[in-house]
Ligand binder design. Structure first.
Ligand SMILES: [Zn+2]
Ligand SMILES: [Zn+2]
Length: 178
């Protein structure tokens, strides 16, 4: 698919046109162009290190989504994107070159256009990496929170003064008692 076609599809999902989504389009384009190594199915895992507009393009174009558990967000505030293929165990990491996104003298439209004309290789440092795969999404037992009663995944339950609590209740009760 041409970059502009990918952009259209990503913008439809994301809701507006912006440089961030263009960046995510270029990330996705690289993976789509390397279909031998990275097929677009459940075996592909994306790890993103930011939660800006770019990650919507990746969810829309590569089918790696939060709900399927093959989309992992690390809150590092970096424009790094790692993709792992569970089948052949290959992993590739794309990191934005610092010069690529920072020219704020250009208008928003000029920045979008400039990005869409670029090749992924122009704006990202791209390298194969070692990667420890996350486990596939698991079904965990649920326990009812002793404060609000919500069924909560057992591994998320916090114990406080002998009570089993969900995270928001734990944080609320801890704040009151301290
Ligand atoms: Zn946006
Ligand atoms: Zn609760």
């Amino acid at each position: 698919m041409e970059t502009n076609e990918l952009m259209k599809k990503a913008v439809k999902f994301h809701g507006h046109t912006c440089p961030g989504v263009a960046l995510g389009v270029l990330v996705s384009k690289y993976i789509l162009e390397h279909g031998n190594d990275f097929s677009i199915d459940e075996e592909l895992v994306a790890v993103v290190e930011n939660d800006n507009c770019s990650v919507d393009a990746i969810q829309a174009l590569l089918g790696t989504t939060f709900g399927k558990g093959n989309f992992i967000h690390l809150d590092y505030g970096k424009n790094n994107y790692t993709f792992y293929n569970r089948t052949n165990k290959k992993a590739v990491k794309l990191s934005l070159k610092s010069s690529s996104f920072g020219n704020h003298n250009l208008s928003k439209n000029e920045r979008i256009e400039g990005l869409l004309k670029s090749k992924p290789e122009d704006i990202f440092k791209i390298r194969e990496v070692e990667f420890n795969p996350p486990e596939k999404a698991q079904i965990h037992n649920s326990i009812n929170c002793e404060n609000c009663g919500d069924a909560t995944m057992a591994i998320k339950i916090q114990e406080y003064e002998g009570k089993k609590l969900c995270i928001p209740c734990y944080e609320k009760i801890k704040k009151i008692t301290i």
